[in-house]
Design a protein around this ligand. Sequence first.
Ligand SMILES: [Zn+2]
Length: 315
Amino acid sequence: MAQEDGMELNENAEIDTSQVEDARGSGGGGGGFGGLPIPIGGGGLTGIIITVLLVLVGGYFGVNNLGGGGSSSTSDNGKINSECKQGDATKQLDCRNVLYINSIQAYWATELPKAFGKQYEKSVTKIFANRVNTGCGAADSGVGPFYCPADDKVYIDLTFYQLLAKQLGAPGEFAQPYVLAHEYGHHVQDLLGTEAKMRRAQQSDPDSANLQSVRLELQADCYAGAWAKGATGTTDAKGNKIFKSLTDEDIQEGIQTAGQIGDDTLQQRNGGTVNPAEFTHGTSADRQKWFRTGYDSGDPTKCDTFAPGAVNEGD
Ligand SMILES: [Zn+2]
């Protein structure tokens, strides 16, 4: 695996499990519909989503709003807490993901005030299995990882990584922090008001709804790249570095992942023709380009995908 020549996590770093909620012990379901979920890819990543709901005009597919019923989504961190205290914690998938989240949030705690003059507020990642109840409605794993602005949480079913590796052609481990950093990019957009502004723009000009969505998604990719650049500088609460090393290979894996979940690539993979009018996340080339923009500059203020001409509107 990539672990040999790829990134290394610091086994002495403290793993802050308070940044996650483990809801895998319970099913989802029920609940109101308070906002729009923002998934990692467009149009149904797997092509096997049975129930789709088009939310407003944004083109956000794949969330199954079951609207009531089902069991609750209570969290219990007991297992993950003890697992991540073991000596081999950095070898465990769960604990590695908690550390990625710790690093991403440590990055923004420093960078958001610096870049945008705004205080960072932490967002919890809810780890679920199969289905989950969220402030944005009930969702199932088919939607892929997403951010819900209504409850300020990131949602992920960790089996998504198997899908990325086996079906979507992104097997490298760095796909994992890339995905998480993208979702936290949406949280940053939420904190900065970018997300709300985009919704208003979509409503006042429905014809541009998908283009607005693409801009928002590419910016989240760019923010992920900016985090990747700063990742080796991030520390736990005691000042221990979270990453021992991050290599070019990791960054290549991030770029590869961005390429595999571009709208054009997903549409082709799902057996359809490429239809730019239906793009909601951007082409593979654009997703890679913006991840790289964030990484090369290490500066989130360079991620202005809303600037005129920043995103190609023609195709
Ligand atoms: Zn996204």
